[in-house]
Design a protein around this ligand. Structure first.
Ligand code: AMP
Length: 221
């Protein structure tokens, strides 16, 4: 089963994907995480990707698409994956359809997370991530703080703010790109009849874990 998490930066795609992954046993494949891991290991791919990521721009398709295509061939992905952060453009979605159809697969479900813009910016500014690349736990200093400030509950490593979350210009740029390039995917997948839209918002007290529960129930029906 191929599941895609769609939604602007800061909606909690990673959190929801992680909870669904734990429940149904499919791996969560986050393109952002793969890039960040490569950046921290200073690989060739990481050095190239960082030029775009640090400014809040998209990494070009000739880097991103083969990286995802390769990840889909891993043993743990044979029964499917939860894609978190890919596709982000219509071109990427079309390429994904091609890659999947070569293997007799298709996109089965797209979970589209919607959050009011003012909450998104606040969520990005208050997001903290574990510096341990094996752990990658995510916190929020307001909504989901760690027990001890600055320390990961799960593995005890220090927490940090993502560089692209601390730069207001990069945040604004990422949200602009979402509107312009990624949001057309909502219609693309709606037309295919695979879209499930869910609101995540503090204003209505509906958090990522509530959405994840809903999606898991839907999948188990
Ligand atoms: P994320 O962790 O999903 O917010 O991704 C962090 C950054 O990685 C994004 O702002 C982009 O610069 C880059 N990135 C992640 N996924 C993609 C993608 N599918 N296409 C292009 N760039 C991406």
């Amino acid at each position: 089963m191929i599941i895609i998490m769609l939604g602007a930066q800061g909606t909690g795609k990673g959190t929801v994907a992680g909870l669904i992954s734990k429940s149904i046993g499919l791996p969560q494949v986050s393109t952002g995480d793969i890039f960040r891991q490569n950046i921290s290991e200073k690989t060739e791919l990481g050095i190239e990707a960082d030029k775009y990521i640090s400014k809040g721009n998209l990494v070009p398709d000739d880097i991103t698409v083969p990286m995802v295509e390769d990840r889909l061939t891993w043993e743990d992905a044979k029964n499917g994956v939860i894609l978190d952060g890919f596709p982000r453009t219509i071109e990427q979605a079309e390429k994904l359809d091609e890659i999947l159809s070569k293997n007799g697969k298709k996109v089965d479900l797209v979970v589209n997370l919607v959050t009011p813009k003012e909450e998104l910016i606040d969520r990005m500014l208050t997001r903290r991530v574990c510096t341990n690349q094996e752990c990658k736990a995510t916190y929020n200093t307001k909504l989901n703080p760690p027990k001890e400030e600055g320390i990961c509950d799960r593995c005890g490593s220090p927490l940090k703010q993502r560089e692209d979350d601390s730069d207001p210009k990069a945040i604004e740029r990422r949200l602009e790109i979402y509107e312009e390039k990624t949001s057309p995917l909502v219609q693309y997948y709606d037309k295919k009849g695979v879209l499930k839209t869910e609101t995540v918002s503090l204003a209505i007290n509906r958090m990522g874990k509530d959405v994840a529960e809903d999606v898991i129930k839907f999948l188990n029906k």
